[in-house]
Design a protein around this ligand. Structure first.
Ligand code: GLP
Length: 238
């Protein structure tokens, strides 16, 4: 894992942008995308750029169960507003949160992932070390699944909803095994709330208690963190 410390989330977004651009220039055609507050600045940079994704495919990590695409809290809506309206892809895939048959949806998404192997995967990080919606305890062999969200995740994500009771308690998510199949991974983490998870990821043992530690075994991962997210790291670690 390459760990790069930046002085601000804006600098982190710029660096992530350069990774996306390079990857595109080198011929990447399938991009795994993340939602949340962390990549918003990166998506703004992409929107304002001349990057062209019209021959590319995007595959999102996850979606809340029960939300339809027109729901402003859904990741479908987020992606449309933050990226797809300005930068359409040839095809974009996001788990269908409105599908009540989990077996059907999981198998549909696995087929998508089989058809389009991910060249470049963008990741954020949950305060509890989750990636996608793979919560602590998820097996490293886990593929796409329906997830019961932990209390901590519901708490962390309530800022996007009017009240905590509105936060969905289930999600569909790519599994850790799917994420590890990406050729290149860039993980962004900014702010104090990510410091513990970053310490575990960068300096800790590999453990299913911190799902992101699976990335320690990937050959091409770049972790971009600001000073707050890096605040619990030993000074010597770079
Ligand atoms: C959410 C998403 C993740 C995201 C993470 C961090 O629950 N499922 O994909 O990376 O939590 O979110 P944020 O960037 O808003 O801190």
């Amino acid at each position: 894992m390459k760990v790069i410390r930046v002085t601000s989330p804006s600098e982190g977004a710029l660096l992530a942008y350069s990774h996306v651009k390079q990857s595109l220039e080198k011929g990447a055609t399938t991009f795994g995308l993340a939602t949340g507050g962390t990549p918003e600045e990166l998506y703004a940079l992409i929107r304002e750029s001349d990057l062209d994704f019209s021959k590319c495919v995007s595959i999102n990590l996850d979606e809340y169960v029960g939300l339809t695409p027109d729901n402003q809290k859904s990741y479908h809506y987020y992606m449309k507003e933050n990226l797809f309206k300005a930068k359409p892809f040839k095809a974009s895939f996001i788990p269908q949160g409105w599908e009540s048959d989990a077996t059907k949806e999981v198998s549909r998404y696995e087929d998508v992932l089989k058809k389009y192997p991910i060249d470049f995967q963008l990741l954020g990080l949950g305060t509890n070390g989750h990636i996608g919606f793979n919560e602590p305890g998820t097996l490293f062999t886990q593929r796409t699944h329906k997830v019961a969200l932990t209390k901590e995740t519901v708490e962390a994500n309530k800022r996007y909803f009017d009240k905590v009771e509105d936060v969905p308690t289930f999600a569909y998510s790519m599994g850790l095994a799917n994420i590890m199949e990406a050729k290149e991974i860039v993980l962004l983490a900014f702010g104090h709330s990510k410091a513990e998870a970053i310490k575990a990821l960068v300096e800790g043992e590999q453990t299913t208690n911190v799902p992101a530690t699976i990335l320690q075994s990937h050959e091409n991962v770049t972790i971009i963190i600001d000073a707050d997210a890096a605040s619990l790291l030993s000074e010597t670690v770079e």
